[in-house]
Write a protein that binds this ligand. Structure first.
Ligand code: MLT
Length: 313
């Protein structure tokens, strides 16, 4: 008798789970972006959320939860119910580097389920227009000749712009004085206003201002130019060969989120990435789509694990 009751109970649990997944989503979903509105993370999340809404049939609300290089927002997502209604947007900084910099109170691999790898982009070295340099070589000379370190905007310790700045320092031997913001959206406002000297920024965040001529670009951290910014040389051409960095982004949910729900969220993200209008918007920002064979949740998990093992380099 007991075995029969147990079998019914397990069947009810399984059915309950399927019913939950079948009904998902039945109300709006929150995507926690761990940086301020107006930055590259926020921009990508909003573009994708708008298209994912079509597939999922519910609104995806962006909530900017900032601070500590993005680790506060990620922590909020980690501690949310594993029901698919809270999604963590992040990237190389928040879901790899922060684990080496902060006592997080959560484990970036064990406490999150990967959902989907998102587009990536190289970083771009940009300065305020008042800097008297017209090439990367002239910028390096100007930086080396300064009596005090130049100010560099970042999104906080462990953010992509901070990691890129540290990398820039290591390959040039030039010290920078970091000015942390809640995201590189606010940092960009100050760069345009001439309040800070430079940012080693995500290309997607700087490209519009570069095109408008309100800031100056020197190079993208890649061996080749970005198609949507053909006038900006690569670091290989501009005098810092091998100074390459690609910042990738992704979506995660709290651990123990039902597999069926993870797959529904993944399918909506993949459908958005395959939408020609979305691709056009993202590629115009200098973002490159993830490889087609890297779109499963497991692929993001393997990608993140390898990056953590590789120290995010
Ligand atoms: C970063 O520097 O980590 C991001 O570009 C910050 C942001 O998305 O605002």
């Amino acid at each position: 008798m007991r075995r029969a009751v147990l079998a019914v109970f397990i069947a009810m649990l399984a059915f309950g789970g399927n019913a939950r997944a079948n009904n998902f989503p039945s109300h709006p979903i929150t995507i926690i972006v761990p940086f301020a509105a107006g930055g590259p993370s926020d921009a990508m999340a909003r573009i994708l959320a708008e298209r994912m809404r079509v597939t999922l049939g519910e609104t995806l609300v962006i909530e900017n939860v900032t601070g500590a290089g993005g680790s506060i927002g990620v922590g909020r997502a980690v501690r949310s119910p594993p029901d698919g209604y809270t999604v963590s947007f992040g990237h190389l900084g928040t879901h790899v580097a922060n684990g080496a910099i902060y006592k997080l109170g959560y484990d970036l691999m064990a406490d999150l389920e990967p959902v989907a790898l998102l587009p990536s982009n190289p970083m771009i070295i940009v300065s305020k227009n008042a800097v008297p340099a017209k090439s990367l070589k002239e910028l390096l000379d100007w930086l080396k000749a300064r009596p005090a370190p130049a100010t560099a905007g970042s999104a906080g310790a462990g953010s992509g712009s901070h990691i890129a700045g540290l990398y820039f320092e290591s390959v040039t031997g030039i010290k920078l004085q970091y000015v942390p913001y809640r995201g590189t959206g606010p940092a960009m406002n100050d760069l345009v206003a001439g309040q800070i000297d430079l940012i080693v920024d995500q290309t997607s965040n700087s490209i519009t201002q570069v095109r408008a001529g309100t800031i100056r670009a020197y190079a993208v951290t890649d061996s080749k130019r970005v198609a949507s910014a053909p006038d900006v040389p690569s670091t290989d051409e501009a005098g810092l060969p091998g100074f390459h960095m690609t910042l990738w982004s992704g979506l995660w949910v709290p651990k123990d989120t039902p597999k069926d729900i993870v797959e529904k969220l993944n399918a909506a993200a993949v459908e958005a990435l395959n939408d020609p209008a979305v691709r056009k918007q993202l590629e115009n920002l200098g973002l490159q789509m993830p490889p087609k064979d890297q779109l499963s949740p497991a692929a993001l998990g393997a990608w993140q694990k390898a990056e953590i093992a590789n120290g995010g380099r």
